[in-house]
Design a binder for this molecule. Structure first.
Ligand code: MCN
Ligand code: CUM
Length: 808
């Protein structure tokens, strides 16, 4: 057979790995054809909404629903008393705690769900909510975790025994009624000894404030119980649809095969949609009770004030070094504010997520970490917002400690990083707090970054600026923000990562159709990351069919293989690996078919781009398209018809992407306004599947980092009122605030991932926050600043300048 097409053209035709293939999902998103949860409209569908507590801590004396039930259109009002006989007034959280579905005797945070009003439409539900009468008795409010650990006020009365003793929690002994857990990693005594005897010790306390992912689409669901067939269908904003199915089965008693969970298009997740919310449980119950489909969709305030927050970590660090700047030890203590219920979405064994990656990118011989989780009168949740399970906190901590140490040593912070980086030849590297980093080449990345921004030149300019400022020639200071981060993504090996006992493997199932096109289904679910585009690219390169001929489907538990979903940048490391492995199974069978068709031994054919070729005779080949057809139309001795494969992949390790970021900022000391002049971001996520999508992920993550570092905050007053529950008060950056990002990369493949890819979705946020923050802090370094807390909004920057005496 004659082939007019060159090999290069055949490669291009696949649009496989490394190609900046345009996003296939954008056709529907840009034309208003997306299908989000609120687009799900079913015959006879009714609506549910919550009566929410105005108080942060109060006892519920009574709930009177009579007037609400008189409101036209209101069909039912559920309270904890209605759910109790079903055992559904409390639900398990992903962190091993339990959470009230509807207020059971008391409320623990402002906005807590008190009653669920079900009505014919949203408006009637809103009127019904107004008519429910709740009598509250206010209780003392605890919004400060340090106070909470000393207070006699017991927040979680359900977690104190009748004799007043404090039973163990899900993660061991508890020191106080408001204490949740203590989690330790590393060696305490040796670390303290090293620090006590060190030449140089730098200490700092820092608060990583509470914030919120604020996805464009809020959380919601539609529950539809088909009583005739006994089947429940649940559409919702779920980042882990299979896990939700299992949880619904366990708490409702419905058999799992009778539950179908569908995550349709999701308007951003960012971790906000990993956990289970009272709205899901109430919608399911309401649908079972009424026999009608029930929709619940949060409004913006509900979303900001009550669903999974992020951070709220009080971190205290000590770092020791020799006079030359070689780091010898690191000590970290965290007081973690979890709000009223511990509803963090962490793997079971990690109550503080992967905070024990806080030694960062540095070869630190001894380290110790201790985290105390605390209950307060704030919304529950935690571990969300492009964080890889607390890695944002860990990286912020170490990247601030490095800066603080550089000040103590009177040393350049870039140089301090360089002399402490884990060296290329040390990988795989086992860190003092236990993780085994798979691969890295930090020096190359750092040098490339510093060269790209002309680091020496910037420092010279900055020194001149300080002179000019002191001479009264300018009122603007210049900050150079540095950060070098190592991420840990791809949870994870089943041996150490599970959620509610479900091992964190992932999956891919492929069916090749006779004409040489295919469908692949995965256990993950895209929320904007472009999986339909990129997973087809992995397959195209693995099986030699064009990406354009491969449909990727996720998010329907009736059709997709079981998987643990999308968060922690785990899709590429885990489901991406499963995809490659399933592709290889297809290829192995295709090889046997090709050998049969070409009348040679299996070992005499080899794969080349889109075909199997007889070794040494390139003119003899069968394309994958031909092989696909043969799989369905030829009776091949010893081979079953069809061409399908499935892979459940349990990764041997996490992947450890890394990056080098530099931010150049000018700060007006009189207005506190920062201007980002330049932002350079080098990312290394191993083998790159789609450079354009990676760039998009980096732009998005950096913008969210800018938000968090420079103003975004979920703040409370002393009464526990959330002060930032609307977008008037909660800073969401727009094109106006966002700088032009310069992106760059190096490629250090993961040695254990089948295609060498590491995750990237969370990297820019993880590395970006300390970079923006360090830029602000660096501008004030020449005037004596060591640390100020985020968010660096205009007011706080102005105040920092004022405290340093720069206003005259
Ligand atoms: N990719 C690639 N080459 C690599 C690594 C990744 O081309 N070496 C591509 C992937 O194929 C995928 C995308 O980049 O299309 C992100 O992949 P990955 O890093 O594996 O992350 P996940 O797909 O698991 O996405 C989760 C991650 C998280 S945890 C948050 S939070 C976040 C993020 O993705 N939420 C997002 N990015 C988001 N982007 C959008 N638009 N919306 C969200 O809600
Ligand atoms: Cu931590 S936010 Mo993401 O893991 O969905």
């Amino acid at each position: 057979m004659k082939d007019e097409v060159t090999r290069e053209e055949r490669v291009d035709n696949l649009k496989g790995m490394g190609c900046s293939r345009k996003r296939v999902e954008d056709a529907r998103f840009t034309q208003g054809k997306g299908n989000y949860v609120d687009d799900v409209k079913l015959d006879g569908m009714i609506f549910g909404d919550f009566v929410r507590s105005p108080y942060a801590h109060a006892r519920i004396k009574s709930i009177d629903t009579a007037a609400a039930l008189e409101v036209p259109g209101v069909l039912a009002v559920l309270t904890a008393a209605d759910l109790e006989p079903l055992g559904l007034h409390w639900m398990p959280t992903l962190a091993g705690d339990k959470q009230m579905v509807l207020a059971d005797g008391k409320v623990l945070f402002q906005g807590q769900e008190v009653a669920f009003v079900v009505a014919e439409d949203r408006y009637a539900a809103a009127d019904g909510i107004e008519a429910v009468e709740v009598e509250y008795e206010e209780l003392p409010v605890l919004v400060d975790p340090f106070e909470a650990l000393k207070s006699d006020v017991v927040l979680r009365e359900d977690l104190v025994a009748e004799d007043g003793s404090i039973p163990d929690g899900a993660h061991g002994p508890r020191k106080h009624a408001n204490h949740i857990f203590t989690w330790e990693a590393g060696d305490k005594d040796p670390t303290e000894e090293v620090i006590a005897n060190a030449d140089i010790v730098a200490e700092e306390e820092m608060y990583y404030h509470r914030t919120h992912p604020c996805p464009l689409e809020t959380c919601g669901c539609v529950a539809s119980m088909d009583k005739v067939n006994g089947k429940l269908t649940l559409w919702g904003t779920f980042q882990a649809p299979h896990a939700i199915r299992t949880i619904v089965s366990l708490i409702s008693g419905l058999e799992e095969h009778n539950i179908r969970v569908i995550s349709p298009d999701i308007g951003g997740g960012f971790g906000n949609k990993v956990g289970a919310y009272p709205g899901y449980v109430c919608s399911v119950v309401a649908s079972i009770v009424t026999g009608k489909p029930v929709k619940w969709i949060e409004d913006r305030m509900d979303n900001l004030m009550t669903t999974a927050f992020a951070r709220d970590y009080w971190m205290k660090g000590k770092i020791s070094a020799t006079k030359e700047g070689k780091i010898t030890g690191l000590h970290c203590h965290v007081t973690a504010d979890h709000g009223g219920f511990d509803a963090c979405a962490d793997p079971t064994k990690f109550p503080a997520g992967f905070m024990n990656i806080c030694t960062g990118s540095y070869d630190i011989p001894t380290a110790y970490l201790e985290v105390d989780g605390v209950y307060t009168n704030k919304a529950p949740g935690g571990v969300s917002y492009r964080c890889s399970f607390r890695v944002t906190e860990a990286v912020y901590f170490i990247e601030r400690m490095i800066e603080v140490l550089a000040i103590k040593l009177d040393m350049d912070a870039a140089e301090l990083r360089r002399i402490n980086f884990i060296k290329k030849e040390q990988f795989p590297y086992t860190a003092a707090l236990g993780w085994e980093y798979d691969s890295g080449d930090y020096h190359t990345a750092w040098d490339k970054a510093l060269k790209a921004v002309d680091y020496e030149g910037l420092r010279a300019e900055q020194a001149q600026r300080v002179e000019d400022f002191k001479a009264g020639k300018t009122r603007k200071l210049m900050g150079i923000g540095l950060s070098f981060f190592t991420e840990i993504v791809g949870a994870g090996p089943v041996k150490n990562c599970d959620i509610l006992g479900l091992g964190m493997f992932d999956s891919c199932e492929i069916r090749i159709h006779p004409t040489g096109s295919a469908i692949a289904r995965l256990g993950t679910i895209s929320q904007g990351q472009g999986h339909a585009t990129t997973f087809a690219q992995i397959l195209a390169s693995e099986i030699g069919l064009p990406a354009d001929s491969i449909t990727i489907e996720e998010g329907d538990t009736d059709t997709a293989p079981y998987g643990l979903g999308t968060y922690g940048s785990r899709s590429t490391p885990v489901a991406g690996a499963a995809t490659a492995m399933a592709g290889r199974k297809i290829r192995a069978k295709a090889q046997m078919i090709a050998a049969y068709l070409l009348e040679v031994h299996d070992n005499d054919v080899e794969f080349d781009v889109d075909r199997f070729v007889v070794k040494g005779a390139p003119e003899k080949f069968k394309t994958m398209k031909e092989i696909a057809f043969a799989a369905y139309n030829q009776a091949i001795p010893g081979i079953e018809p069809g061409l399908e494969a499935v892979s459940y992949y349990d990764p041997p390790n996490m992947t450890y992407p890394f990056g080098a970021y530099v931010c150049v900022m000018d700060i007006d000391v009189d207005t506190g306004v920062p201007e980002i002049r330049r932002f350079y971001a080098l990312d290394d996520c191993g083998t790159r599947i789609n450079p354009m999508i990676i760039e998009g992920q980096v732009h998005g993550g950096l913008t969210e980092a800018l938000a968090v570092a420079l103003g975004q905050e979920i703040a409370y007053d002393d009464m526990g009122n959330c002060k930032t529950g609307t977008l008037m008060d909660f800073f969401l950056p727009t094109a106006w605030e966002v700088p032009n990002y310069e992106t760059d990369y190096t490629v250090t493949p993961s040695p254990h991932h089948p295609i060498g890819a590491k995750g990237v979705g969370e990297s820019p946020h993880v590395g970006g926050v300390p970079c923006f923050s360090n830029a602000v802090q660096d501008a004030f370094r020449p005037f004596g600043n060591t640390h100020t807390n985020m968010p660096h909004d205009h007011w706080r920057i102005w105040k920092a300048a004022n405290e340093l005496g720069l206003h005259g």
